[in-house]
Design a protein around this ligand. Structure first.
Ligand code: FES
Length: 223
């Protein structure tokens, strides 16, 4: 399908509106080169993974050297150069999560989506997974990121529910601190990418109990 907008050629890998969005990014950063990661993120969000054509178009849109853009894309593991599932599990298997059952969570994910290795995609094209290093939420181990959300205190049942939800195309669970101890947070995302009415939660703040203050001693009466 032709993709056209003002100043954007036909038959590009990326849609015209994504290319337009990428072209606006450099103005938001002190160094235009800093726009390369959000630009690649936009491209990946649209295509699922970064093709050589998409990286070339990102470089042209940002007026950067294609080699530099490709270097960034190949350096960071969050960018995928091969097809991945539409929903990707990033399961933390670092120390705290491992001690609290992360390996069993990985095994359960693999069994549930029907893959054996991280470079495989489920038969329906919906899921893939990878093991990642600490995601900075060790106190809620075992935890993972699924798409753009963090999921904490994982259990096999929780994984099953998330998979069923994605398979049935139901809207994602409301990010919140539930009474049952379920916690979800989200990486801040562009407002335009969210389904109507859905808001992603910020990192839950720790609630610290206020210490009761000791009553002040009355000053002895003068004289
Ligand atoms: S070890 Fe898993 S979040 Fe830190």
């Amino acid at each position: 399908m032709p993709r056209e907008s003002a100043g954007t050629p036909l038959n590009t890998a990326l849609s015209a509106h994504v290319l337009d969005e990428i072209k606006e990014l450099p103005a938001k950063y002190p160094q235009p080169r800093s726009a390369v990661m959000p630009a690649l993120d936009l491209a990946q969000e649209e295509l699922g993974h970064l093709t050589p054509e998409a990286m070339t178009e990102v470089a042209e849109a940002l007026q950067l050297d294609p080699g530099y853009v490709e270097g960034v894309a190949t350096f960071y593991s969050l960018f995928h150069l091969e097809p991945v599932g539409r929903h990707r599990f990033y399961v933390c298997t670092n120390l705290s999560c491992m001690l609290r059952g992360a390996n069993e969570i990985v095994d359960h994910v693999k069994r549930s989506i029907g893959v054996e290795r991280a470079d495989q995609v489920s038969a329906d094209g919906l899921f893939s997974f990878e093991e990642v290093e600490c995601l900075g939420a060790c106190e809620f181990a075992p935890m993972m990121r699924l798409d753009h959300r963090f999921h904490y205190d994982l259990t096999a049942e929780r994984i099953d529910a998330l998979i069923a939800q994605r398979r049935s195309s139901l809207p994602p669970l409301t990010p919140a601190l539930s009474p049952e101890g379920e916690r979800e947070i989200a990486k801040p995302k562009r407002e335009t990418a969210k389904p109507k009415g859905e808001r992603e939660a910020a990192t839950p703040k720790k609630v610290t109990a206020e210490r009761p203050r000791a009553p002040r001693k009355k000053k002895a009466a003068d004289g």
